[in-house]
Unconditional design. Structure first.
Length: 107
């Protein structure tokens, strides 16, 4: 399970970064671009670390994912629109569970 969780970090990092890029292209939101790219880069760093030390990389990815869940919940409550906040909240929640599961399997 930990190998699936580790590679899931890379998939989630790409999804977050692409979400930021699409947010900028569609709504001209510089905040989406910046936050998406920074979050994606932080997750990419967690993935590189997880390749060397899975427990530490998964712990960092779990933390980032949990923060993003909270952020997207707040955006969903504020906008009351499922797209994109609800979709990203759901993806972040599932990804965080996968990271947590992998992390706990190693611990």
């Amino acid at each position: 399970m930990d190998l699936i969780a580790v590679w899931s970090i890379l998939v989630y990092a790409l999804a977050v970064a692409l979400g930021g890029i699409f947010g900028y292209l569609k709504a001209k939101s510089k905040m989406s671009l910046i936050s998406g790219l920074l979050s994606g880069a932080a997750l990419l760093a967690a993935w590189f670390l997880a390749l060397q030390q899975a427990q530490i990389g998964l712990a960092i990815a779990t933390s980032i994912g949990a923060v993003l869940v909270v952020i997207f919940i707040a955006r969903l409550v504020r906008t009351r629109k499922f797209m994109p906040a609800g979709l990203m909240m759901s993806l972040s929640f599932v990804a965080t569970l996968v990271f947590l599961w992998g992390w706990l399997a190693i611990a």
